[in-house]
Ligand binder design. Structure first.
Ligand code: FRU
Length: 540
């Protein structure tokens, strides 16, 4: 394993070594945030004996690694303990539902409970003696039945949970019900079945308030909420909004999943198998997602690790009711260190301007752009335009009228290597169109790295508000939030020249019209304490 680790992150969650994937069972319990995650203790690649690793935190930023929570030991999970969720039962009793890959390689659902509820770290978990509690139903492939959600309790007092599955290319959420959380009955029809998608992994189903940015408990059902259905397929996390009809036991979506760029996604870059939980201390719903590598497997092995968790994000419904908004949890701001600010600076056509005074490889940048010459915008008919493909073609080095303008992150001094996070603004048939791109094409001189460019539209009207971008830059990851959390793009970057000290951060404008940085605040970020071993005592 390499000693030289320029790509390890400073404030993103990662274990000291080896492979990580999905976040599992996030929760708040006894004053402590818990994060479990899919982990291969035996190497930097996915494995055939996956376990639930476990870490805890007081602030979602600094973490203490604990012993593994669940490992393959029994016939019902001997070939892996796969993804699942936590539900907190009445009386403040957390339970884990997880997928076991059993001795026959069937996917089954299992239950585990804490050994000692008075240990706020919940270090030890006991598997239920009568596992499995759900086995693949008739007609469902035995290897397409996994990833139980957090359960919710209906008005009739019964518990419900959904499991990801698929039938003839219809991804779906199979619904189970239970009176006692132990014996579960499959409901006659799925809670939702999509037109045409792949197998649904890691579904998530939860209410969001219509008139408030606060989160609500997963069991809340009343006219003041809408429901979110999230499904992971085609390497992306798609969601749709709708209503949960609890009488009919159906989720009525406002628009079906198509698996195309028309679908809503949490993130238009790398972000998968995510999961939310309700944090009742701060009344917010928090989203975690797995961000995988874009480096080669050989390089992952050489580095000795693979995979990150995103910065935990608060998630709530936009005022428009048409989409979710996301924002890094406020606790991340405690890592902010030295700051630079800019007010009212013009970026003329062709400008490249270095933002010095902060650590370019470890930064939090928030910028608001103003576009004074909106009437200069080129025309675009967005019908049929795939924004990701568009960003790949019309990259940062090209020039339009309004944009590309934005940030050049993780850049070498001579700009040979650069990851451009930028906007383009167009005039559409009815309104202005804003596009956010994350251009990896020049991110690294190394050839084996996947440099796919990402992009999506941002639903803002530049006549009424400034075009904002917040990027969290952390050595080999850039997490960007466009339009105050309307469009997120996360990317992984492995620059060769831009070593730690040699990293630079620039603002640029390649459009023919000038733009104005109406406000910019950027901070060096401190390193979070993400410890190799349990090293803090419980602070009573
Ligand atoms: C999603 C997934 C889940 C499965 C887990 C195994 O990334 O494939 O469906 O439970 O990872 O680690």
């Amino acid at each position: 394993v390499s000693e030289n680790q320029p790509y390890r992150t400073a404030f993103h969650f990662q274990p000291p070594q080896n492979w990580l994937n999905d976040p599992n069972g996030p929760m708040y319990y006894g004053g402590v945030y818990h994060l479990f995650y899919q982990y291969n203790p035996y190497g930097a690649v996915f494995g055939n004996r996956m376990i639930w690793a476990h870490s805890i935190s007081y602030d979602l930023i600094n973490w203490i690694h604990l012993n593994h929570a669940i490992e393959p030991t029994e016939p019902f999970d001997i070939n892996s303990c796969w993804s699942g969720s936590v539900t907190i039962l009445p009386g403040n009793r957390p339970v884990i539902l997880y997928t076991g890959v059993d001795a026959n390689n069937y996917q089954v659902q299992n239950l585990a409970t804490p050994k000692n509820l008075s240990d706020p770290f919940l270090r030890e978990w006991v598997k239920f003696s009568k596992n499995p509690i759900m086995t693949p139903p008739n007609g469902i492939k035995v290897n397409e039945f996994r990833d139980p959600t957090t359960a919710w309790r209906g008005l009739d007092g019964k518990w419900r949970v959904i499991i990801g599955s698929e039938l003839n290319n219809h991804g779906m959420a199979i619904l189970y019900q239970s009176e006692d959380f132990v014996s579960w009955t499959k409901y006659q029809h799925p809670l939702y079945i999509s037109e045409e998608t792949g197998m649904w992994e890691c579904p998530d189903f939860y209410p969001v308030s219509i008139n408030s940015t606060n989160g609500v408990d997963t069991s809340v059902q009343n006219p003041s909420v809408k429901h979110v259905m999230k499904a992971s397929f085609n390497s992306h996390d798609y969601y749709t909004l709708g209503n949960y009809d609890s009488q009919m036991e159906r989720f009525i979506s406002e628009s079906d999943f198509t698996g195309t760029s028309l679908d809503l996604r949490y993130d238009y870059g790398k972000f998968y198998a995510s999961k939310t939980f309700f944090d009742n201390v701060k009344n917010r719903r928090i989203l975690w997602g797995w961000v995988n590598e874009s480096d080669s497997t050989e390089d992952d092995i050489e580095k000795g690790w693979s995979g990150l968790q995103s910065i935990p994000r608060r998630v709530w419904l936009d005022k428009s009711g048409k989409q979710l908004l996301q924002w890094p949890v406020e606790e991340i701001e405690t890592l902010r260190d030295s700051q630079v600010s800019i007010h009212g600076k013009k970026l003329s056509s062709g400008a490249v301007f270095e933002l010095s005074g902060i650590t370019a490889a470890q930064a939090d940048v928030e910028v608001f752009f103003e576009v004074p010459e909106l009437e200069e915008a080129e025309f675009m008919d967005p019908t049929g335009v795939d924004p990701q493909l568009f960003c790949g073609k019309e990259n940062a080095s090209g020039n339009g009228r309004l944009g590309p303008f934005g940030l050049l992150t993780l850049a070498s001094k001579d700009l040979t290597e650069q990851t451009a996070i930028f906007f383009r603004v167009f005039r559409g048939p009815r309104r202005y169109i804003v596009l956010l791109c994350s251009d990896q094409s020049r991110s690294s001189l190394r050839e084996e790295v996947d440099k796919t460019t990402f992009g999506s539209f941002v639903d803002i009207d530049p006549r009424l508000e400034k075009i904002s971008l917040r990027s969290l830059i952390d050595h080999s990851i850039v997490e960007s939030y466009g339009g105050e959390g309307r469009t997120c793009i996360t990317t992984r970057v492995y620059p060769m020249l831009a070593s730690d000290e040699g990293m630079h951060l620039y603002l640029f404008n390649n459009g023919s019209s000038s733009v104005v940085i109406s406000r910019l605040d950027a901070w060096s970020m401190k390193r979070a304490k993400i410890n190799g071993k349990e090293s803090l005592r419980y602070r009573a």
